[in-house]
Design a protein around this ligand. Structure first.
Ligand SMILES: NC(=O)c1nn(CC2CCNCC2)c2c1CCc1cnc(N=C3C=CCC=C3)nc1-2
Length: 312
């Protein structure tokens, strides 16, 4: 965790009174995210406030515990150098709430950015998909599967680079040998009792046998890229049930003039059998994804140094 304001014994423990809370940045079923300023340093953060009573009533203890574990893992500068995630600076609690002090993303989320542009051209879509692939590869190599990747959970920092957030649905799977979508069903994949994710981006295996795996995030990348280029996600309907039916039947179309290389890439991710998805058989990362001609001009190692292209 960052020495800036972490919970190590050498740093006095922060508390709610150390911050000035500002406007609400967003709210979920049991949390509210505020813009906040550290009184001592003047630095601005996003503070996620989770109400204890609501967490207990909704039986969400596991979600909150999992999110903290994942955020601590991704914030450990020893374990990860990828900047593509919101960082957890410190946590504290009082009688009513739990507080997560997080990176503040000054440019909102990718969904809002995409809606303003209606759709992205190929260069912008390629750039943000490359950052997403690089981030997901890093996350999976640390054994973290997000399970709810979507444009709303992809924030944009001051320079409009991505910051993946909201790890409440995430799963941590045991470490090396880490085979994306390995057959070790007790480890590489996880069965849940309840539905995880957001209907438009959920993969078929989560719907059929509730068995999520790293390849579930690869499916979501395919959905996000389609949405960046078309303006809407590939699977849409009036109800979640109808969306699920379309997903299970792979019922979606590419509009006329949809870029052919992107179409080829998406078609290799939106595959019903998770083991057949591009990258699902890779080891130690996703070389087969990064080598796809959709990323022909991309240098993944210097993405973060580049200025993101602007939508036209
Ligand atoms: N659920 C969360 O963890 C979360 N929710 N938000 C606000 C949401 C608003 C709607 N779109 C998705 C995000 C945040 C976080 C993490 C931490 C976080 C950090 N910075 C921002 N910044 C924003 C800036 C402008 C508009 C919205 C959010 N927001 C968050």
């Amino acid at each position: 965790m960052d020495s800036e304001a972490n919970n190590q014994s050498t740093v006095p423990k922060k508390g709610p009174n150390d911050f000035i809370f500002g406007r609400v940045l967003g709210d979920g079923s049991f949390s509210t995210v505020y813009l906040a300023k550290d009184i001592q340093t003047g630095k601005e953060f996003a503070i996620k406030v989770c109400e204890k009573r609501h967490i207990m009533r909704e039986k969400k203890q596991q979600y909150v515990k999992r999110e903290k574990e994942v955020l601590m893992l991704l914030s450990d500068k020893v374990k990860t150098s990828a900047p593509f995630f919101v960082r957890l600076y410190c946590t504290f609690h009082d009688h009513s709430s739990l507080y997560f002090v997080l990176t503040r993303a000054t440019n909102g989320d990718l969904l809002t950015y995409l809606q303003k542009a209606e759709k992205f051209d190929e260069e912008v879509a390629q750039f943000y998909t490359a950052e997403l692939v690089h981030a997901v590869e890093h996350m999976h190599l640390l054994g973290v599967v997000h399970r709810d990747l979507k444009p709303e959970n992809i924030l944009l920092d001051t320079h409009r680079h991505i910051l993946i957030t909201d790890f409440g649905s995430a799963k941590i799977i045991p470490q090396p040998p880490f085979l994306p979508d390995a057959d070790n069903s007790s480890e590489g994949t996880a069965r849940r009792s309840s539905f995880v994710g957001t209907a438009q981006y959920v993969s078929p295996e989560i719907l059929t046998d509730k068995r999520s795996s790293p390849a579930s995030d690869l499916w979501a990348i395919g959905c996000v890229l389609y949405q960046m280029l078309e303006g809407n996600p590939p699977f849409q309907a009036r109800s979640e049930y109808a969306i699920f039916q379309k997903i299970l039947k792979l019922e979606f179309e590419y509009p006329a003039l949809f870029p052919s290389v992107a179409q080829d890439f998406i078609s290799k991710l939106l595959v019903i059998d998770s083991k057949e998805r591009l990258g699902a058989q890779d080891f130690g990362g996703y070389p087969s994804i990064k080598q796809h001609r959709f990323f022909q001009s991309i240098d993944f190692e210097t993405l973060y140094l580049k200025t993101p292209p602007c939508p036209s």
